[in-house]
Design a protein around this ligand. Structure first.
Ligand SMILES: [Zn+2]
Length: 273
């Protein structure tokens, strides 16, 4: 997992997801909820290309590339089965692979604090609420601004890491198991909160599933070889510069398992790359 950034401008966020158009869709969401119907998947499927770009074509959780054999999902960070009113919330979406999303996470969302308060629609005038179920991604609605949304979200003390909101590198570390030929995700510190949260990420997202730890091992073996070759070359050798470019490309935002590669290069081997 690496840090991601929302691109907040008129061209990156289609009009229907912004105020005032989003009012109409939130009205539809409330009507569906009262009628016991599912929210419309069509609503968020059009956002996939934008979220995929922000995620560099990789799953926001496991960092595997999704485009070779699958389309990838729009994932609701806060599951729509619990947080129905955030089903159409742009800031609740991220791009994820089907395995992290559908096989593992599903509707799980462990929190250590109090959950966000659910909207009570029973006596509400829906048309007055419409537009303020979720913040506008361009922060264009004073009734519910992004700052208020993030304050509520923070109070939940969610176990899972939202890579748009916090830097995963402060929580995640990687451990090599040469006998199993595996690289496992582990907590980066002994702090109780870090231990709890990373264990939840591993369990809920399946971050240590065999397919991942084997792929990470293969990447780690390549990375280590490049680092060893670099160490044997004099500083002015053109091959050393080439090797360094290769190592840097393995840590780039669009490289699979870049978070793991950065961890070993910068924190374990302490290379100035
Ligand atoms: Zn994934």
């Amino acid at each position: 997992m690496i840090s991601l950034q929302r691109i907040r401008n008129d061209t990156s966020i289609p009009r229907k997801y912004r105020s005032p158009s989003k009012n109409r869709h939130e009205l539809d969401l409330m009507q569906r909820h009262l009628a016991g119907e599912e929210p419309s998947e069509r609503h968020w499927s059009a956002a996939k290309r934008w979220l995929k770009r922000e995620s560099f074509g990789k799953c926001a959780y496991c960092e595997a590339r999704t485009d070779t054999v699958a389309h990838g999902d729009i994932e609701h960070f806060r599951p729509k089965t619990i947080y129905w009113w955030l089903a159409y919330c742009w800031d609740n979406w991220l791009f994820a692979c089907q395995i992290c999303n559908e096989s593992y996470k599903r509707a799980q969302f462990p929190v250590a604090g109090a959950r966000m308060t659910e909207w009570d629609l029973d006596d509400a005038v829906l048309s007055e609420i419409a537009g303020s179920l979720a913040p506008c991604p361009l922060d264009g609605d004073a009734r519910y601004c992004l700052g208020a949304y993030w304050a509520e979200a923070k109070a939940e003390r969610a176990d899972l890491i939202d890579p748009y909101r916090e830097d995963p590198s402060s929580l995640l570390a990687w451990k090599v198991d040469s006998i199993e030929e595996a690289v496992m995700v582990v907590p980066a510190s002994r702090r109780a909160a870090t231990q709890r949260r990373v264990k939840a990420c591993v369990r809920v997202l399946g971050l240590n599933r065999e397919e991942l730890y084997r792929e990470r091992w293969a990447k780690y073996v390549d990375l280590k070889l490049y680092v060893r070759v670099r160490a044997k070359l004099p500083g002015n050798d053109p091959l050393r510069a080439e090797i360094e470019r290769k190592i840097e490309s393995m840590m780039a935002d669009d490289a699979s398992y870049a978070g793991m590669c950065r961890y070993f290069v910068r924190r374990v081997w302490k290379l100035p790359l």
